[in-house]
Design a binder for this molecule. Structure first.
Ligand code: ADP
Ligand code: MG
Length: 325
């Protein structure tokens, strides 16, 4: 099996089909932001796990140990919130290169603990080992709890739904680009990438609303993440690119550098806001009542493709760079 040809999602599909037979009633496995394990008639646990590999997901000299500790938990509980669940517990496993010192670990734990306390997530265990090849590997598992009737899935989108996001998009990947280039970067912008605030209370609130049909978190860029919702919901989408919410900072810096702001906001990734679809008739009311911001960016359609409309309402050719892989 050629892994490159199969790709990340091809491999996951193979794993899923191999283990399809072993699921007990009510258990939901591979495919969504979290697996679902029924707890009782009323509620369920949701479980997710993520790996952060040095050199692939972070560079030691571009992120502080505090930031890395915070981010390791943030990317996991973001998936929990995407199901409409409250994060409750986490497990932390570390493969550490020999040169890592006690002070580094202290600060890493401080960052992990800061976010754990903010959302009352208890660390219950993990594993620790040496990284023989010199690259640190961090694996976090997060567990959340949710009422069964509030669980939101990627598969829930319905034709006519409004597509919305809870955050301005693109700042995180812009920050990454500037951090990698060694550019001067403000504290605020750096934080968008190194310590992204996951939309936990937003996810719990939106999970409790019936008119929210589908939800996931935005980790790979909204272009790629939207495709997952369409695939699992059996629908298409129309995205209005002038409705993609972008910060003034993103627009200003992109204009200065001659970069395309849309490349960051549509396909940049690591925003860790929420992407959701909402009953069109209930959208305005939901938007008014929501304590955060809801930006409408498109509509769910028949068909199976994601179409981007320019400011004149004309479909655009699929732009290079929209796709992650
Ligand atoms: P997310 O970005 O929300 O963390 P991923 O794209 O990483 O989601 O994963 C998509 C789905 O595939 C999830 O349900 C995840 O649990 C599952 N998955 C990913 N890798 C594996 C694996 N090696 N074995 C089993 N399931 C996997
Ligand atoms: Mg996710």
């Amino acid at each position: 099996m050629d892994l490159k040809e199969l790709g990340e999602f091809g491999l996951i599909a193979r794993i899923k089909s191999r283990f399809r037979d072993s699921l007990a009633k009510g258990v939901e496995g591979i495919g969504d932001d979290c697996a679902v394990i029924p707890l009782n008639d009323v509620s369920s646990y949701v479980v997710t796990t993520d790996l952060l590999v040095e050199g692939r997901h972070f560079l030691m000299d571009r992120i502080s140990p505090f930031e890395l500790g915070y981010k390791s938990l943030a990317v996991n509980i973001s998936d929990v919130a995407a199901m409409g669940a409250a994060p409750r517990f986490s497990f932390l496993s570390l493969a550490l290169p020999s040169e890592v010192c006690g002070e580094w670990c202290e600060q890493f734990l401080e960052g992990y603990h800061a976010l754990s306390s903010q959302f009352s997530v208890a660390l219950l265990g993990g594993d620790t080992t040496a990284a023989e090849n010199g690259h640190m590997v961090i694996s976090v598992t997060a567990i959340g709890q949710v009422e069964n009737q509030n669980i939101k899935r990627r598969s829930g989108a319905r034709r006519g739904d409004i597509i919305a996001v809870t955050k301005q998009l693109g700042d995180s990947s812009l920050a990454l680009r500037m951090i990698l280039d060694g550019d001067d970067i403000s504290k605020d912008l750096r934080a968008k990438h190194n310590t992204p605030l996951p939309h936990i209370n937003e996810g719990i609130w939106l999970g409790a609303r019936k008119e929210v049909h589908a939800m996931m978190d935005i980790s790979d860029g909204v272009a790629s993440d939207m495709e997952h919702i369409c695939e699992l919901s059996g629908c298409g989408a129309r995205i209005f690119i002038d409705k993609i919410p972008q910060s003034d900072v993103l627009e200003k810096i992109c204009a200065e550098h001659g970069w395309s702001a849309l490349d960051f906001s549509l396909s940049g990734g690591e925003d860790y806001g929420l992407l959701l679809t909402v009953d069109s008739e209930a959208f305005e009311c939901l938007q008014r009542e929501f304590f955060g911001k809801l930006y409408a960016i498109g509509v769910i359609t028949d068909g199976d493709s994601v179409v981007y409309m320019d400011s004149a309402g004309v479909p655009m050719a699929q732009k290079k760079g929209f796709r992650h892989f």
